[in-house]
Write a protein that binds this ligand. Structure first.
Ligand code: AMP
Length: 282
């Protein structure tokens, strides 16, 4: 595996791979890698001849300076993990390489960016995501790019971006990888104090309880969510949102049907966590 920090190095490594006839697979990350990230790399390794991972804590997508400052980082560990996953190229730029002085472009995806995370983190969050992903797609020019269902709204924003701008990238979204107790893996989990880590399992339990209610035939959204709300109350967690929405539109539903996304955001001991479970409702 090669580790590079500049755009010309990425372009030249990829040009060589492309000349050799290889399909380029790409996994963008903010590092502090875990099994969720590795699942994307393993899939890319299976499906592509040349695998590129980016490691960049993108300042544009952080709405709170404190959240950016304390975001966990460990490049040496990440490099060892990507190497272990059989990645060919690790692109770990410094911020000025991506955002030199005078940088003044922003990509806005309206519609799917606006509810849920768009309300609580502000419009700038997905603008930051869409801008960095557009840049990274321009730099790497991947044939396939891999994202996690864990960030369901982000995946929708990227699919919309790729469709609307005719970017020649095949976007693949893979299932959420969880800890044995159900907590969705996240770099932010490392910031949870022990007691909060134990309480955080209530998020996935609440989602699974709502999923079970739907599977048992409940079609009223509030009634389906009620057992989940009870679990959150029991753990002393007040969610920012805990809702059932259309999986493609992210709009709330009067009655549950079709592809539904159960989704939650909550702060646990000051650490903001998100999770979701997609449900196909017959
Ligand atoms: P991040 O480093 O948090 O920006 O995540 C990089 C990519 O990994 C994104 O596409 C995420 O959706 C994905 N990802 C993060 N956590 C998980 C998880 N638990 N399971 C699957 N994919 C994940």
């Amino acid at each position: 595996m090669r580790l590079v920090r500049t755009i010309p190095e990425v372009r030249s490594a990829i040009a060589d791979a492309r000349r050799a006839g290889k399909i380029i697979g790409f996994v963008p990350t903010m590092g502090f890698l875990h099994e969720g990230h590795l699942s994307l790399m393993h899939r890319a390794r299976e499906e592509c001849g040349y695998v590129v991972v980016s490691l960049f804590v993108n300042p544009l997508q952080f709405n709170e300076p404190g959240d950016l400052a304390r975001y966990p980082r460990d490049e040496a560990r990440d490099a060892a993990m990507t190497e272990g996953a059989g990645v060919d190229l690790l692109f770990a730029p410094e911020a000025p390489a991506l955002y030199p002085e005078g940088f003044s472009t922003s990509v806005t995806v309206s519609g799917v960016s606006e509810p849920l995370e768009g309300v609580t983190r502000g419009i700038g969050h997905f603008q930051g995501v869409a801008t960095v992903v557009t840049k990274l797609f321009g730099i790497v020019a991947p044939d396939r790019a891999y994202f996690g269902q864990k960030d369901a709204q982000q995946a929708l924003v990227i699919r919309r971006l790729v469709r609307d701008l005719d970017l020649p990238v095949d976007v693949r979204v893979l299932p959420t990888v969880r800890e044995p107790d159900g907590l969705a893996m996240s770099s932010r989990n490392s910031l949870l104090a022990a007691g909060d880590r134990a309480r955080a399992v209530a998020l996935s339990r609440a989602l699974f309880a709502a999923e079970r209610a739907i599977q048992d035939g409940e079609r009223n959204p509030e009634r389906a969510l009620a057992p989940g709300r009870a679990i959150l109350d029991g753990a002393g967690i007040e969610p920012e949102y805990f809702v059932a929405v259309g999986a493609e539109t992210l709009q709330t539903l009067a009655r549950l049907g079709g592809e539904v996304l159960l989704t939650i955001a909550a702060s646990v001991g000051g650490i903001r966590l998100i999770d979701n479970v997609p449900v196909s409702v017959p």
